[in-house]
Design a protein around this ligand. Structure first.
Ligand code: CP
Ligand code: NVA
Length: 294
């Protein structure tokens, strides 16, 4: 694997290895203390982040690497400097470039101009590092080739990476979204017969995992009101979560907008695994860094 831009262009074997490796990292957190000694890792954020920023920086430090964290206010990706020039410059200093951007095309351009591996820390298209942690968290509950995952909400970046990953590793994926907010076609096709798309929240019935994400992603704030209307019947509340198996778990990439896409009752439910999931971002990031630089 040269870059990690999306789940769709990661092979099932590599993805399964990343999930296994993340689980091993969790069992023995300090085993790889010097694995990346002397390596320099760039972490760039064009939009806000808590989990991704902290888990990536801590992952780098716990493996002996040196993280350099950069924000859009200083780099001016595509404004102060052309995207390809930023890529060529950072490539001279750093061994790996990990970036959170609005436009996935910017990541593709950076990967084209940088020799160093490029990692997607969330774009408008995918959130692959999140998906590795999601799959790790799901595997802590059910074998991935037996699980039924219901994603309710916007067919967005998080949904794309999750649906591709679950189907790729042999699980059944049900995506439930209001008409007009379905995931992109290439992700739907990738799921084959392991994937169903529906606008009926009743599709949550009998699921092992119920997952949701915000209705308006970063960059879509101006659509928030209109989206809130379209998604009104898609809030994961106690009644909807109750359609899933009695031992089902609830996942959310976070941050959650409590009271919008999910109620307090579900986030704080004994079946909620959202904080294990957030923790797993650290272990997953270590697995990704080791795969690319080890
Ligand atoms: N889940 C996630 O990526 O969180 P942050 O936006 O806080 O990094
Ligand atoms: N879909 C959300 C995920 C945040 C982690 C967004 O893109 O803002």
């Amino acid at each position: 694997m040269n870059d990690f831009l999306g789940i769709l262009d990661t092979g099932a074997d590599v993805l399964a290895r990343l999930v296994d490796s993340a689980s091993r990292m969790k069992r023995d957190r300090h085993r790889h203390r010097t694995a990346l000694a002397g390596r320099r890792i760039g972490l760039f954020f064009e939009k806000p982040s808590t989990r991704t920023r902290v888990s990536s920086e801590v992952a780098a430090v716990e493996m002996g690497a040196y993280p350099v964290v950069l924000g859009q206010h200083e780099v001016g990706l595509g404004t102060r400097e052309a995207v390809r020039d930023v890529a060529r410059v950072l490539d001279r200093y750093l061994d790996l470039l990990a970036l959170r951007v609005f436009d996935h095309a910017d990541l593709v351009e950076i990967a084209r101009y940088a020799h160093a591996p490029v990692v997607n820390l969330l774009s408008d298209l995918e959130h692959p590092c999140q998906a590795v942690a999601d799959l790790q968290t799901i595997a802590e509950h059910r074998p991935l080739d037996e699980v039924v995952v219901a994603y309710v909400g916007d067919g967005n970046n998080v949904c794309h990476s999750l649906m591709a990953g679950v189907a790729m590793l042999g699980g059944d994926m049900r995506v439930v979204c209001p008409p007009g907010f379905e995931p992109q076609e290439q992700f739907v096709r990738s799921g084959g017969d392991r994937l169903t798309i529906s606008s009926d929240p009743g599709a949550v019935e009998g699921a092992d995992v119920v997952y949701t994400d915000v209705w308006a992603s970063m960059g879509q704030e101006s659509e928030a009101r209109e989206r809130a209307e379209a998604f009104a019947g898609y809030r994961v509340d106690g009644a909807m979560f109750g359609l899933a198996r009695t031992d089902a778990i609830f996942l959310h990439c976070l941050p959650a907008h409590r009271g919008e896409e999910v109620t307090d009752e579900v986030v704080d439910h004994p079946g909620s695994r959202v904080f294990d999931q957030a923790e797993n971002r650290l272990h997953a990031m270590k697995a990704i860094l080791l795969e690319l630089l080890g």
